[in-house]
Design a binder for this molecule. Structure first.
Ligand code: SAM
Length: 238
């Protein structure tokens, strides 16, 4: 079977690619996280196609649910399937089954958030959604931003808790960017410190990507190279 993962817009429908539209038109069936949501997208682009629901509860039965199809397109609710959604499970299942896999490049929330943050992009880590349990979340947060920028997805009702936890580990002045409703009408990119972000997002609404600035690696205690050189010179050594 040929399985093609099709990224879909995270807000602005103009972000669908020509290739994504072609695959959606050519495939025998469109498997998707939510048939109603993807149905709206298909109708918008004038594509009439049968759909099969493959969400987090049903993706494990993909082989059985896609039985008989030779060419399947898979779309999740928004963005690139496989990034913090059931797409990753479908990929690993498909590879085990020996399906032919193609992944189209396209919209995803993490890249525009990272770039718009203005924070360093040379080294970054994507941590997706943090665990819901506070103790597990705090454990994960320790040291994640050492020497690299960190990108997190967060639900609106947990944004403040996460900012508070981050503030505890990194301090109120630590740089952060919060991208909200990317490519939608109320798109906003907040850039500032953790303390300012908490003040700014009193009642968070919409979809959020949090971008945490890198933390300097702790320097080992002891004299620096310059200090050592100075001492050697003082002892008359060259
Ligand atoms: N597969 C998607 C991708 O490629 O980005 C991510 C799916 S995940 C279930 C949904 C999360 O992505 C949201 O909770 C939010 O953190 C982020 N997200 C999706 N669309 C967004 C948008 N327009 N603006 C900001 N964040 C967004």
């Amino acid at each position: 079977m040929r399985l093609v993962l099709v990224p879909t817009p995270i807000g602005n429908l103009e972000d669908i690619t020509l290739r994504a539209l072609r695959v959606l038109k050519e495939a025998e069936v469109v498997a998707c996280e939510d048939t109603r949501r993807t149905g709206i997208l298909l109708r918008h682009f004038g594509i009439a196609k049968p759909t099969v629901r493959l969400d987090q509860h049903t993706v494990g039965r993909a082989k059985e649910l896609l039985e008989g199809y030779g060419y399947v397109a898979y779309a999740t609710d928004a963005g690139t399937p496989g990034i913090s959604d059931p797409g990753a499970e479908l990929v690993s299942l498909g590879l085990k089954e020996g399906w032919e896999l193609e992944v189209l490049p396209g919209p995803t929330a993490l890249v525009p958030a990272l770039v718009a943050s203005g924070l360093p992009t040379a080294r970054f880590a994507f941590e997706g959604f943090l665990p819901h349990k506070r103790s597990e979340r705090r454990e994960r947060l320790q040291g994640i931003a050492v020497g690299r920028t960190v990108v997190l997805y967060e639900a609106p009702h947990r944004l403040r808790d996460t900012l508070e936890d981050l503030l505890e580990f990194y301090g109120p002045a630590h740089p952060v960017a919060v991208a909200r409703e990317l490519s939608k009408l109320h798109e906003e990119v907040f850039r500032g410190s953790l303390g300012e972000a908490l003040e700014h997002f009193g009642e968070p609404r919409g979809e959020f990507v949090l971008v945490l600035g890198p933390k300097e690696a702790a320097t080992p205690q002891g004299p620096s190279a310059a200090q050592l050189l100075e001492r050697l010179r003082a002892q008359g050594l060259r």
